[in-house]
Design a protein around this ligand. Structure first.
Ligand SMILES: *[C@@H]1O[C@H](CO)[C@@H](O)[C@H](O)[C@H]1NC(C)=O
Length: 177
């Protein structure tokens, strides 16, 4: 019985880990407030930070900065490369910017403050494809159904999976105690 209880406890720990890994996150760009600034060195750059982070569809990026002095521009790859601020895809200057990542692939962001992008205040966020396996890093080839588009929104099927997992555990726990 004690052994079983321990097994149950570790299952619960795994469950919490599973949920924390699969749930959509709000990710503070740069990992801290006021990280949206000209980097002091290459190793301090936001792209270094981004390379070491995982981004998934449904996650949101959050920038915190002084909105009177700076802004966040989402731009094309070309505008990112040339630091062209003239026609961004989207412009945010509220100082507390949140952008939901709704598709996979690269997303390009540069500072709208004059001269800042040229000095390295820019970041590419690469969002992993939906089926990307966080544990192995392997993305399986998409199935025909995925190419045509899922009939059910992926988030709700993921929620359904979580819910049935929780119910199974609850039933197990009730049966035990
Ligand atoms: C910046 O981008 C705009 C819109 O794409 C373009 O018209 C303009 O020529 C670009 N400016 C430079 C300096 O490349």
């Amino acid at each position: 019985m004690a052994a079983f209880a321990r097994t149950l406890t570790s299952s619960l720990v795994l469950l919490v880990l599973f949920l924390s890994l699969t749930e959509a996150k709000e990710i503070l760009v740069g990992g801290k407030e006021n990280a949206w600034k000209i980097p002091s060195s290459e190793s301090d750059s936001l792209n270094k930070w981004a390379e070491n982070s995982r981004f998934r569809i449904g996650d949101s990026l959050v920038w915190k900065y002084d909105g009177s002095k700076d802004s966040v521009l989402q731009v094309t790859q070309e505008a990112y490369g040339s630091c062209n601020t003239s026609e961004p895809i989207a412009e945010y200057k509220d100082g507390n910017t949140k952008v939901k990542l709704d598709k996979s692939g690269p997303h390009y962001f540069i500072s709208g403050a004059k001269g800042h992008c040229e000095q390295g205040q820019k970041v590419v966020i690469v969002v992993l494809s939906q089926r990307h396996n966080r544990f192995t890093g392997i993305s399986p080839a998409p199935s025909p159904a995925e190419i045509e588009g899922p009939a059910v929104a992926p988030t709700s099927s993921a929620d359904g999976l979580k819910a049935s997992f929780l119910i199974t555990l609850a039933v197990l726990a009730l049966g035990l105690f």
